[in-house]
Write a protein that binds this ligand. Structure first.
Ligand code: ADP
Length: 274
Protein backbone atom coordinates (compact mmCIF):
# COMPACT_ATOMS: atom_id res chain seq x y z
CA UNK A 1 0.00 0.00 0.00
CA UNK A 2 1.25 3.45 -0.89
CA UNK A 3 1.72 5.92 1.86
CA UNK A 4 2.31 8.81 -0.47
CA UNK A 5 -0.99 10.45 0.33
CA UNK A 6 -0.99 12.44 3.48
CA UNK A 7 -0.59 15.53 5.49
CA UNK A 8 -2.49 18.71 5.85
CA UNK A 9 -4.56 19.29 2.80
CA UNK A 10 -3.10 22.60 1.74
CA UNK A 11 -2.67 21.35 -1.80
CA UNK A 12 -4.70 18.79 -3.63
CA UNK A 13 -5.52 15.59 -1.82
CA UNK A 14 -3.97 12.82 -3.91
CA UNK A 15 -4.42 9.09 -3.48
CA UNK A 16 -1.87 6.99 -5.32
CA UNK A 17 0.84 7.99 -7.75
CA UNK A 18 1.16 8.35 -11.49
CA UNK A 19 0.74 10.85 -14.27
CA UNK A 20 -2.37 12.88 -15.02
CA UNK A 21 -3.23 10.36 -17.73
CA UNK A 22 -3.45 7.59 -15.11
CA UNK A 23 -5.87 9.43 -12.81
CA UNK A 24 -9.24 7.77 -12.42
CA UNK A 25 -11.09 10.49 -10.52
CA UNK A 26 -10.25 14.14 -10.49
CA UNK A 27 -12.11 17.06 -8.91
CA UNK A 28 -10.90 20.50 -9.97
CA UNK A 29 -12.23 23.40 -7.92
CA UNK A 30 -15.64 21.81 -7.63
CA UNK A 31 -18.23 23.94 -5.93
CA UNK A 32 -21.74 22.74 -5.18
CA UNK A 33 -24.40 24.88 -3.57
CA UNK A 34 -27.95 24.21 -2.50
CA UNK A 35 -29.48 27.67 -2.35
CA UNK A 36 -27.23 29.72 -0.11
CA UNK A 37 -25.66 26.59 1.40
CA UNK A 38 -22.20 26.00 -0.11
CA UNK A 39 -21.79 22.28 0.40
CA UNK A 40 -18.55 21.79 -1.54
CA UNK A 41 -16.21 24.74 -1.71
CA UNK A 42 -13.71 24.70 -4.57
CA UNK A 43 -12.87 21.08 -3.81
CA UNK A 44 -9.76 19.51 -5.33
CA UNK A 45 -8.76 15.89 -5.09
CA UNK A 46 -7.64 13.01 -7.28
CA UNK A 47 -7.61 9.26 -6.98
CA UNK A 48 -5.53 6.81 -8.98
CA UNK A 49 -6.84 3.38 -10.01
CA UNK A 50 -7.27 0.51 -7.52
CA UNK A 51 -7.16 2.81 -4.52
CA UNK A 52 -9.68 2.62 -1.70
CA UNK A 53 -10.66 5.94 -0.21
CA UNK A 54 -12.85 6.53 2.80
CA UNK A 55 -14.60 9.87 3.20
CA UNK A 56 -15.22 10.89 6.78
CA UNK A 57 -16.51 14.03 8.42
CA UNK A 58 -19.52 15.42 10.23
CA UNK A 59 -23.01 14.95 8.92
CA UNK A 60 -23.72 17.56 6.25
CA UNK A 61 -20.07 18.01 5.25
CA UNK A 62 -20.79 17.03 1.64
CA UNK A 63 -19.62 13.40 1.49
CA UNK A 64 -22.77 12.00 -0.12
CA UNK A 65 -22.88 14.98 -2.47
CA UNK A 66 -19.47 13.91 -3.85
CA UNK A 67 -20.78 10.43 -4.64
CA UNK A 68 -23.95 11.86 -6.21
CA UNK A 69 -21.88 14.20 -8.39
CA UNK A 70 -19.81 11.24 -9.57
CA UNK A 71 -23.00 9.34 -10.41
CA UNK A 72 -24.14 12.42 -12.39
CA UNK A 73 -27.23 12.56 -10.20
CA UNK A 74 -26.15 16.15 -9.46
CA UNK A 75 -24.18 18.75 -11.38
CA UNK A 76 -21.53 21.01 -9.89
CA UNK A 77 -22.11 24.77 -9.93
CA UNK A 78 -18.46 25.37 -10.71
CA UNK A 79 -15.41 23.33 -11.48
CA UNK A 80 -14.77 20.11 -13.35
CA UNK A 81 -15.07 16.45 -12.48
CA UNK A 82 -13.04 14.11 -14.67
CA UNK A 83 -13.37 10.33 -14.65
CA UNK A 84 -10.76 8.25 -16.44
CA UNK A 85 -9.71 11.26 -18.48
CA UNK A 86 -13.22 12.24 -19.54
CA UNK A 87 -14.97 15.30 -18.08
CA UNK A 88 -18.50 14.54 -16.88
CA UNK A 89 -19.95 17.91 -17.76
CA UNK A 90 -18.48 18.52 -21.21
CA UNK A 91 -17.78 16.65 -24.39
CA UNK A 92 -15.90 17.41 -27.56
CA UNK A 93 -17.99 17.85 -30.68
CA UNK A 94 -16.45 18.94 -33.96
CA UNK A 95 -13.34 19.99 -32.07
CA UNK A 96 -15.30 22.18 -29.65
CA UNK A 97 -16.00 21.64 -25.99
CA UNK A 98 -19.78 21.72 -25.46
CA UNK A 99 -22.04 20.86 -22.49
CA UNK A 100 -22.40 17.09 -22.20
CA UNK A 101 -25.35 15.46 -23.92
CA UNK A 102 -27.34 12.56 -22.47
CA UNK A 103 -25.38 9.98 -24.43
CA UNK A 104 -22.07 11.24 -23.06
CA UNK A 105 -23.46 11.21 -19.53
CA UNK A 106 -24.71 7.62 -19.97
CA UNK A 107 -21.26 6.57 -21.19
CA UNK A 108 -19.31 8.11 -18.34
CA UNK A 109 -21.82 6.83 -15.79
CA UNK A 110 -20.94 3.27 -16.85
CA UNK A 111 -17.66 3.73 -14.97
CA UNK A 112 -19.54 4.04 -11.69
CA UNK A 113 -21.42 1.56 -9.56
CA UNK A 114 -23.18 2.86 -6.48
CA UNK A 115 -24.60 1.13 -3.43
CA UNK A 116 -26.98 3.15 -1.30
CA UNK A 117 -27.90 3.12 2.36
CA UNK A 118 -31.43 1.96 1.54
CA UNK A 119 -30.48 -0.78 -0.98
CA UNK A 120 -32.87 0.65 -3.63
CA UNK A 121 -33.57 -2.74 -5.22
CA UNK A 122 -36.45 -3.02 -7.69
CA UNK A 123 -39.18 -4.62 -5.50
CA UNK A 124 -41.14 -6.09 -8.42
CA UNK A 125 -38.15 -7.93 -9.89
CA UNK A 126 -36.52 -11.14 -8.75
CA UNK A 127 -33.02 -11.01 -7.34
CA UNK A 128 -31.63 -12.31 -10.62
CA UNK A 129 -33.54 -9.74 -12.65
CA UNK A 130 -32.38 -6.93 -10.36
CA UNK A 131 -28.82 -7.85 -11.29
CA UNK A 132 -29.30 -8.57 -15.01
CA UNK A 133 -31.50 -5.61 -15.90
CA UNK A 134 -28.81 -2.93 -16.33
CA UNK A 135 -26.27 -5.15 -18.11
CA UNK A 136 -28.99 -6.10 -20.60
CA UNK A 137 -30.57 -2.65 -21.01
CA UNK A 138 -27.49 -0.45 -20.74
CA UNK A 139 -24.60 -2.64 -21.89
CA UNK A 140 -26.62 -4.63 -24.41
CA UNK A 141 -25.54 -7.96 -22.91
CA UNK A 142 -27.60 -11.02 -23.85
CA UNK A 143 -30.01 -12.29 -21.15
CA UNK A 144 -28.10 -15.58 -20.94
CA UNK A 145 -24.73 -13.97 -20.52
CA UNK A 146 -26.10 -11.50 -17.97
CA UNK A 147 -27.72 -14.34 -16.01
CA UNK A 148 -24.53 -16.39 -16.01
CA UNK A 149 -22.56 -13.44 -14.68
CA UNK A 150 -25.30 -12.64 -12.13
CA UNK A 151 -25.14 -16.18 -10.75
CA UNK A 152 -21.38 -15.89 -10.36
CA UNK A 153 -21.85 -12.66 -8.45
CA UNK A 154 -24.63 -14.14 -6.33
CA UNK A 155 -22.30 -16.98 -5.50
CA UNK A 156 -19.65 -14.47 -4.47
CA UNK A 157 -22.07 -12.63 -2.17
CA UNK A 158 -23.36 -15.90 -0.72
CA UNK A 159 -26.85 -15.84 -2.24
CA UNK A 160 -26.71 -18.20 -5.18
CA UNK A 161 -29.78 -20.09 -3.99
CA UNK A 162 -31.92 -16.93 -3.76
CA UNK A 163 -31.88 -15.86 -7.41
CA UNK A 164 -35.65 -16.35 -7.87
CA UNK A 165 -36.59 -14.63 -4.62
CA UNK A 166 -38.08 -11.13 -4.50
CA UNK A 167 -36.24 -8.50 -2.44
CA UNK A 168 -39.07 -8.14 0.08
CA UNK A 169 -38.41 -11.70 1.26
CA UNK A 170 -34.76 -11.05 2.06
CA UNK A 171 -33.21 -9.59 5.19
CA UNK A 172 -31.64 -6.15 4.97
CA UNK A 173 -28.18 -7.70 4.91
CA UNK A 174 -29.16 -10.01 2.06
CA UNK A 175 -30.73 -7.13 0.14
CA UNK A 176 -27.55 -5.14 0.51
CA UNK A 177 -25.53 -8.09 -0.81
CA UNK A 178 -27.78 -8.17 -3.86
CA UNK A 179 -27.30 -4.41 -4.29
CA UNK A 180 -23.52 -4.92 -4.19
CA UNK A 181 -23.79 -7.72 -6.78
CA UNK A 182 -26.00 -5.47 -8.92
CA UNK A 183 -23.44 -2.67 -8.84
CA UNK A 184 -20.58 -5.05 -9.74
CA UNK A 185 -22.56 -6.60 -12.61
CA UNK A 186 -21.89 -3.45 -14.63
CA UNK A 187 -18.15 -4.00 -14.22
CA UNK A 188 -17.64 -0.43 -13.06
CA UNK A 189 -14.18 1.02 -12.58
CA UNK A 190 -15.32 2.68 -9.38
CA UNK A 191 -17.56 1.40 -6.61
CA UNK A 192 -19.26 4.16 -4.62
CA UNK A 193 -20.50 3.06 -1.21
CA UNK A 194 -22.79 5.42 0.66
CA UNK A 195 -23.16 4.36 4.29
CA UNK A 196 -24.17 0.92 3.10
CA UNK A 197 -24.52 -0.57 6.59
CA UNK A 198 -26.32 2.32 8.29
CA UNK A 199 -29.79 0.94 7.69
CA UNK A 200 -28.94 -2.63 8.75
CA UNK A 201 -29.76 -4.36 11.99
CA UNK A 202 -26.54 -4.53 14.03
CA UNK A 203 -26.15 -8.30 13.68
CA UNK A 204 -26.15 -8.01 9.87
CA UNK A 205 -23.48 -5.33 9.59
CA UNK A 206 -20.41 -7.53 10.02
CA UNK A 207 -21.36 -9.87 7.18
CA UNK A 208 -21.76 -7.05 4.68
CA UNK A 209 -18.50 -5.43 5.79
CA UNK A 210 -16.68 -8.76 5.46
CA UNK A 211 -17.99 -9.08 1.91
CA UNK A 212 -16.74 -5.59 1.08
CA UNK A 213 -13.36 -6.38 2.64
CA UNK A 214 -13.14 -9.42 0.34
CA UNK A 215 -14.05 -7.33 -2.69
CA UNK A 216 -11.45 -4.73 -1.77
CA UNK A 217 -8.81 -7.43 -1.33
CA UNK A 218 -9.57 -9.63 -4.31
CA UNK A 219 -10.60 -7.23 -7.08
CA UNK A 220 -8.98 -4.30 -8.87
CA UNK A 221 -11.91 -2.03 -8.25
CA UNK A 222 -11.39 1.51 -7.03
CA UNK A 223 -13.58 2.38 -4.05
CA UNK A 224 -14.93 5.59 -2.63
CA UNK A 225 -16.64 4.86 0.58
CA UNK A 226 -18.66 6.98 3.01
CA UNK A 227 -18.91 5.13 6.29
CA UNK A 228 -19.06 5.50 10.04
CA UNK A 229 -17.50 2.04 10.47
CA UNK A 230 -14.02 3.16 11.42
CA UNK A 231 -12.46 -0.26 11.90
CA UNK A 232 -13.66 -1.23 8.42
CA UNK A 233 -12.23 2.04 7.07
CA UNK A 234 -8.94 1.26 8.76
CA UNK A 235 -8.86 -2.21 7.18
CA UNK A 236 -9.64 -1.34 3.58
CA UNK A 237 -8.47 2.23 3.03
CA UNK A 238 -5.35 3.43 1.30
CA UNK A 239 -6.42 6.90 2.29
CA UNK A 240 -8.91 8.54 4.63
CA UNK A 241 -10.14 12.03 3.72
CA UNK A 242 -11.60 14.22 6.41
CA UNK A 243 -14.20 16.73 5.20
CA UNK A 244 -15.37 19.81 6.96
CA UNK A 245 -17.24 22.80 5.59
CA UNK A 246 -16.95 21.70 2.00
CA UNK A 247 -13.22 21.03 1.95
CA UNK A 248 -10.77 18.22 2.61
CA UNK A 249 -9.16 19.47 5.80
CA UNK A 250 -6.83 16.50 6.21
CA UNK A 251 -6.06 13.24 4.45
CA UNK A 252 -3.69 10.36 4.84
CA UNK A 253 -3.08 6.73 5.58
CA UNK A 254 -5.62 5.33 8.07
CA UNK A 255 -2.92 4.53 10.65
CA UNK A 256 -1.96 8.18 10.71
CA UNK A 257 -5.48 9.57 10.44
CA UNK A 258 -6.90 7.41 13.21
CA UNK A 259 -3.74 7.20 15.30
CA UNK A 260 -2.27 10.67 15.19
CA UNK A 261 -4.27 13.19 13.16
CA UNK A 262 -2.82 16.66 12.67
CA UNK A 263 -5.96 18.73 12.77
CA UNK A 264 -7.87 19.51 15.94
CA UNK A 265 -11.14 19.22 13.98
CA UNK A 266 -10.23 15.67 12.91
CA UNK A 267 -9.34 14.73 16.50
CA UNK A 268 -12.65 16.06 17.76
CA UNK A 269 -14.61 14.24 15.09
CA UNK A 270 -12.83 10.94 15.65
CA UNK A 271 -13.11 11.08 19.41
CA UNK A 272 -16.87 11.50 18.96
CA UNK A 273 -17.28 8.51 16.60
CA UNK A 274 -14.61 6.02 17.71
P1 ADP B 1 -22.93 14.21 4.30
O1 ADP B 1 -23.01 13.06 3.36
O2 ADP B 1 -21.53 14.62 4.61
O3 ADP B 1 -23.74 14.02 5.54
P2 ADP B 1 -24.46 15.57 2.28
O4 ADP B 1 -23.61 15.58 1.08
O5 ADP B 1 -25.56 14.57 2.36
O6 ADP B 1 -23.54 15.49 3.58
O7 ADP B 1 -25.15 16.98 2.47
C1 ADP B 1 -24.42 18.18 2.55
C2 ADP B 1 -25.37 19.34 2.73
O8 ADP B 1 -26.14 19.51 1.56
C3 ADP B 1 -26.35 19.18 3.87
O9 ADP B 1 -26.46 20.43 4.51
C4 ADP B 1 -27.64 18.83 3.18
O10 ADP B 1 -28.73 19.29 3.91
C5 ADP B 1 -27.51 19.57 1.88
N1 ADP B 1 -28.23 18.90 0.77
C6 ADP B 1 -27.95 17.69 0.25
N2 ADP B 1 -28.78 17.38 -0.77
C7 ADP B 1 -29.61 18.44 -0.91
C8 ADP B 1 -30.69 18.75 -1.80
N3 ADP B 1 -31.07 17.90 -2.76
N4 ADP B 1 -31.31 19.93 -1.63
C9 ADP B 1 -30.92 20.81 -0.67
N5 ADP B 1 -29.92 20.58 0.20
C10 ADP B 1 -29.26 19.42 0.09
Amino acid sequence: TDTDAGGRAQGRATVGTGTTADELIRFDRVTKRFGSNTVLDSLDFRVFPKKHVTLIGPSGSGKTTILRLLMTLLKPDEGTITVDGTPLSHEERNGKLVPAGEKHVREVRKNMGMVFQQFNLFPHMSVLRNITEAPVQVLGMSRDEAAERALELLDMVGLKDRSDTYPGRLSGGQQQRVAIARALAMRPKVLLLDEVTSALDPELVAGVLDLLRDIARTTDITMLCVTHEMSFARDISDCVMMFDEGKVIEFGHPEKMFGDPEQERTREFLSAVL
